[in-house]
Structures are given as C-alpha cells and as structure tokens.
Design a protein around this ligand. Structure first.
Ligand code: FAD
Length: 264
C-alpha cells in the first residue's frame, strides 16, 4: 500500500468536510472492495475517511410505505431484519446471497452501490425497486444513479447516507452465481407495483440495466410463462471465462422467470 492520511469521522458533516477539496480522498465503509484495491495498488488515495464511527449512517427504519436503509448497514443486518423481511422479503433474500459470512458482516449497502461493480447484487435491488439514493447533498432516483461500469452519478466527496425503498406489491430476486465469489454471473430483480413492472439485470452487462422486453411482457401478464419465449440479444453483454455473452443472454430469461415464481 502507499502512505495516506487516515481519519475517523464522527458525523456526516465531519466526513464531508474532510472529503471536500480533495478529489483523491476516499471514503471507507466495509473496506471489502477498497482495502484489496489499495493492497493491489490499483488506487492511490491521499486520505481515507472512515465512516464506521458514524452511528447515524447505520440502521433500518420504516417511513410510511418506505423502507429506509442507512448507508453503513451491513448486508447481514439487512438479511436478518424483521422489517426488511416484512416489507420487502426479496431484499432480505438478496442480501442473504451476497458473498460469504465475512463479506456480509463487513460489506455495506452504501459501499456496494457507490462501487457499482457490474456483478453486484444491490444495484439490481435498487433499480428494480425504483429506490431513491439519499446523499448529503440531494436525492437521486435509481434510474439516474447507475451510469456505467464502476460509475455512478455521485460527485467527488458526495456521501450516500441512506437508500429509500418503496414497498412493492410483489418482488423477487434470483441469481446464477459465480461458485467462488458468489457475485452474480446473472441476477434478475423483478418488482410489481400496481400496473408498473420493473426488471433489473446485474452481472450481464457493463452495469445494472432494465430489461424493457421483459417488463413489457410482464406488464401484460405477470406470470412466469409470459417471459419464457423471450430471447435477449447477446450484443454488448459480458463474455469471460465464467460465461459467454450468449449464455448470459439465455440466463437473463431463465432468472427472470424464476424471479417471477419467487414473487409468489
Ligand atoms: C470475496 C468477496 C465476495 C463478494 N461477493 C459479493 C456478492 O456475491 N455480491 C455482491 O453484491 N457483492 C459482493 N462483494 C462485495 C461486497 O459485498 C461489498 O458490498 C463491496 O465490497 C463494497 O462495500 P463496502 O462496504 O465494503 O465498501 P468499501 O470497500 O469500503 O468502499 C467501496 C467504494 O465505495 C465508496 N463508498 C463507500 N461508502 C460510501 C458512501 N456511504 N458514500 C459514497 N461512497 C462510498 C468507497 O469510497 C469506495 O470507493 C464481495 C466482496 C468480496 C471481497
């Protein structure tokens, strides 16, 4: 690792002040991605601003029909939360399938969506559920938040404080996972709220995206059979040692069908 300044922020205002004016400073959440990145010398921050001492950033609360999850809430807490299981069980299921127990006990929702790994699970939940990302500066709709591979609408030093999820009528998440890391080779989140159906796909492309053909079919008929015959084009999908673009395209339909079944 390179030398850098380390500070432990006591409040969001503290962290924002430390981050302001230093484009090379990095916020530290669970460290599950950031620390290995530093160890491999893939990043060279001037300063690490640790968010782990800010109690306000962690926790889950119900706000009317919404579920508000603090940015520093660990995946394990989301997976076992009675509130999440009651309001959006598919989200608890998603968190339960992330990585392994060590990753789930350190990794945070804020770190996951700020990082926007193209194979991460939370981006599919955030986009599929039409959530709102709350930062220290503004509120960003999910459709505007994820802008590309490892890229988001966040500005330098902008801090995610929470994510607000509206309660859907039905939701389901299914992933075909990499057996080593458990990251999604393809993961599909399906949510239905009134007549609105959203289908968010992770693992298959350069970042999370909505599958409009599947959304149209499920809007007409919210049944697993509605997506069965739909062929997704492989153009532009990821192709690597784990799966070809064609295989990923096939998996999108299969995972979407399973996610609809999971909606019950
Ligand atoms: C072995 C392994 C297996 C994994 N498997 C999966 C998996 O199956 N599915 C999956 O989805 N993920 C998986 N992950 C990723 C993991 O779940 C974490 O979500 C991810 O590493 C980032 O979260 P973090 O809290 O550790 O963030 P950090 O590593 O601390 O930070 C990541 C990035 O986000 C920024 N950041 C952090 N918090 C904020 C904030 N509040 N506001 C703005 N920016 C912020 C940091 O500056 C940094 O750039 C895996 C990780 C490992 C190491």
């Amino acid at each position: 690792m390179y030398n850098f300044e380390y500070s432990r922020a006591k409040s969001v205002a503290d962290a924002a002040k430390a981050a302001s004016g230093d484009a090379e400073a990095k916020l530290l959440a669970g460290g599950m991605t950031l620390i290995p990145t530093l160890k491999q010398r893939l990043a060279k921050p001037t300063a690490l601003i640790d968010l782990n001492g800010i109690a306000d950033l962690a926790g889950i609360k119900r706000d009317g029909n919404n579920l508000v999850i603090g940015a520093m809430t660990r995946h394990a807490e989301v997976a076992r939360s009675k509130d999440v299981k009651a309001v959006i069980p598919a989200l608890a299921h998603l968190a339960e399938m992330i990585g392994d127990p060590a990753v789930r006990n350190r990794g945070t929702i804020g770190g996951s969506i700020a990082n926007h790994d193209p194979a991460a699970d939370y981006p599919a939940g955030v986009l599929g559920l039409n959530a709102t990302v709350i930062t220290n500066k503004r509120q960003i709709k999910a459709d505007d938040f994820f802008t590309g591979m490892f890229a988001t609408a966040l500005q330098d030093g902008e801090i995610i404080t929470a994510v607000s999820f509206p309660k859907p009528d039905k939701a389901g998440y299914m992933k075909f996972k990499n057996p080593a890391s458990r990251y999604a080779i393809v993961g599909v989140f399906v949510a239905k709220t009134g007549n609105d159906v959203r289908v968010a796909v992770t693992g298959a492309g350069a970042g999370v995206f909505r599958a409009k053909d599947l959304e149209s079919a499920l809007t007409k008929s919210f049944l697993p059979t509605a997506v069965e015959g739909i062929k997704i084009a492989a153009d532009g999908l990821n192709s690597d040692i784990h799966a070809s673009a064609e295989y990923r395209a096939h998996l999108i339909t299969v995972m979407a069908k399973r996610a609809v079944v999971a909606c019950g």
